[in-house]
Every structure is written in C-alpha cells, then in structure tokens.
Design a protein around this ligand. Structure first.
Ligand code: RTP
Ligand code: MG
Length: 135
C-alpha cells in the first residue's frame, strides 16, 4: 500500500503541558515518520480556514479562540494509512465519552474543547491542510 501524508497539530494545551514529545513518541512508535515539524503562532485567518467546516457550529468562536491562544506544533506525518493511523493514536473527539484508553486523548485529556491534538480526517482534508500550514 502506498504511503499517505496527514497534518498533525499539537494544540496549545498540549504544547503548554509539555506533551509535544509524547505525541511525537507515539507517532514514531506506531511506525509513522515525521517529515516536517514547526512551532507556529497561529494567525486567526489560518485557524478559520483550518476549521472552515465548523464555521456555522455554535462552538466555532471558542474553537478559534482556543487554537490561536498559544503556539501549536504543526507536523506532516507520513506512512501507510497515516490518516487513519493517527486518528487511532489521537482517539475520539470527546476524551472521556469517545477516546479509548491507550489513545492520546483517552490517556491525557478531559475536555472536548482542549483535546491536545488534531489529525486530518480524510485524504482531501490532509491535502488542503498541509498546503494551508506548510505552503
Ligand atoms: P480535530 O479536527 O481538532 O482533529 O478534532 P476532531 O476531528 O476529532 O473533531 P471535529 O469534529 O473536527 O471538531 C474539531 C474540534 O472542535 C471542538 N469541538 N467541540 N463542543 C463541541 O461539541 C465540540 N465539538 C467539537 C473539539 O476541540 C474538536 O477537536
Ligand atoms: Mg476534525
């Protein structure tokens, strides 16, 4: 099977809590490869484009405030089925109701609004997001 690329973000809560290493470690232990890595201050316009699919949702304002509240670690991760594989490592969106133990969110987060990591959800999203974050 040919390799895929996915965009991973360690969100501001994960950076502030010192979890960048933990996230990278789990990516590498799974067998995925890091191909780009940059600590970035997030422009509001980038945040809004990144989460454009949620623009009409009631939590959109909070989501944008949160993701622009401090630096994020942005990375491009590569490997066979990288998109689904990282979603598995991350765990479900709600860290208590959906993420299972053993996943980043299941082990390390409590709230949906601050759930440590982002991973692209499809090949189309990955392509769009990698362009947005890395040009
Ligand atoms: P992400 O895009 O950040 O990787 O998370 P995800 O795919 O697991 O979840 P998604 O549905 O794309 O939602 C994006 C982020 O919005 C926040 N959210 N809040 N209050 C709520 O009901 C709610 N739903 C989603 C979460 O922080 C989620 O990661
Ligand atoms: Mg998403």
């Amino acid at each position: 099977m040919s390799d895929e690329r996915t965009l991973v973000l360690v969100k501001p809560d994960g950076v502030q809590r010192g979890l960048i290493g933990e996230v990278i470690s789990r990516i590498e232990r799974k067998g995925l490869r890091l191909v780009s890595l940059e600590l970035k201050n997030v422009e509001r316009s980038v945040a809004e484009q990144h989460y454009a699919e949620h623009a009409e949702r009631p939590f959109f304002g909070e989501l944008i405030e949160f993701i622009t509240s401090g630096p994020v670690a942005a990375m491009v991760v590569e490997g066979p089925r990288a998109i689904a594989a990282f979603r598995q490592i991350a765990g479900g969106t709600d860290p208590v109701e959906k993420a299972t133990p053993g996943s980043l969110r299941g082990d390390l987060a409590l709230e949906t609004g601050s759930n440590i990591v982002h991973g692209s959800d499809s090949a189309e999203s990955a392509e769009r997001e990698i362009k947005l974050w890395f040009g």
